[in-house]
Design a protein around this ligand. Sequence first.
Ligand code: A2P
Length: 409
Amino acid sequence: MGAPETEVLIRQHLIDPEVCIRCNTCEDTCPIDAITHDDRNYVVDPDICNGCGACVPPCPTGSIDNWRTVQKAAAYSVAEQFTWDELPVQQELPAEAAAVDAPPPSDGGQQNAAVSAASTTPPWSAAHPYLNLYDIRRTATATVAGNYRLTDADADSDIRHIVLDFGTQFFPVLEGQSIGILPPGADASGKPHYLRMYSVASARDGERSGYNNLSLTVKRVVTDHEGQAVQGVASNYLCDLQKGDTVQVTGPFGAHYLMPNHPGSNLLMICTGTGAAPMRAMTEYRRRLMAAGKPVEGKLMLFFGARRPGELPYFGPLLKLPPSFIDMHLAFSRVDGEPKTYVQDRLREAGPAVTELLKGDTYLYVCGLKGMEAGVMEALRDICITAGMDWPALHARMVSEGRFHVETY
Ligand code: A2P
C-alpha cells in the first residue's frame, strides 16, 4: 500500500514571478498544457505537470527552473500562484513524510526538446549571446534616439521604428534576440506593470553601425485578438515616446533564435507584420557583411505578409534590396480588387525554389501571428511532398540541428 496523500512528497514545478518576463515560451512549449497564465503570472498546474522539463531549456530567463518539495496534498494551487509576487521559500517538511514523487528531469528536458516542432538550440555557428544582463531589479536605461511611423498615415495599424540608445552601458544583442521593456506606472490593482518583450530589429553592430543602439518594431495595440478595444500598456507607451525620453530595459533574452555565422548558410525567413523585426536584423547584418566585402555565399529568401503595402513595415527599404541579394515574396491580404494572399500561399507558389533551398544548408525562421504557424507548416509539408522529399524527416533534422526557429504570438 502507498503512503497517504498527506505524506507523499512531490517536487512541485514553479515559475519565479519576479524573474519571469511573460514571453509565453513555456506555455507554448509544454507538451501537456500544464502551464497557464492570467494577466500577471505564469504558473504551473500541479495536477497536470509531470516534471518532464520540456519547458526548461527554451525559457530565456531561467525563471521556469524552480522546484519546491511539498506534500502532494498541500501543493500550491494555480489560484494561489496567481497571487504571488515572489516565490515561497522551501518549507520544512515533517520527518515522517514519504519519498519524493516525480523528481525534476536530470537532462533539463533535452529529450523532449528534440521532438518539439521548433529548435531549442541555436545554429552551430551562431555567435554566443549575452543573456539577462539586466533584470527588473537592475534595469538598463536607454534613451530614445528616434521614433518613426512605418505604416502609411491612413493605414489600419500604427507601426513604429523606435531607436534606443544605451550610451556607455554594456548592452550587446544579436539578431533574433529580444529585450524587455518596463512600462512605468501600475495596473488597476496598484501593482507595477510587468515587462513586455520586443524583438530587436537591428544588426549586432547597432541600428547605426558602430553605435551602442538598437531598434524595435512596435505596433500600437488598440484591440485584442477578438477585436475588442484595449489599450496595450507597453505598446502605447513605446509608440508615444519622444526623442530624448528614457526607457527602462531588461535583457537581452533569447539563446536559440539566432542566425548562423558561417558564410555559406542560407536564410529562409517567413513573417507577418511586426514579425519582420528579426528578419530585418538578420538581413541588415548580411547586407553589411557583403558591403564590407566579406564572403557571404548563402542565399536569403523572404516571405512577408501584411494587409496592404502601406501596412508592411520597411516596405520602402525592402524594395531597394536587389533580387541578387534577397529573393523576396510579399503577400497582401486586403488589397482592393486582389485575392487575399497569405505567406503560405506565396510559399506554395515558390515551391520549387523553396525546396531547392531546403535541400541545402538552410536555416528557417518564422515570426509573427500565431495563426500563420499551422498554414506555414502545411505549406512546407506539401511543397516538400510534391518535390519527393521526406518532410517529417527533414523537419526533425532541421529542428535538432538548430535550423528551424519559430516565434509567434
Ligand atoms: P488578414 O487580412 O486576414 O488579417 P496584421 O496586420 O493583423 O498584423 O496581420 C498581418 C498579416 O497577416 C495580414 O495580412 C493578415 O491577414 C495576415 N494573417 C492573418 N491570419 C493569418 C494566417 N492564419 N496565416 C497567414 N497570415 C495571416
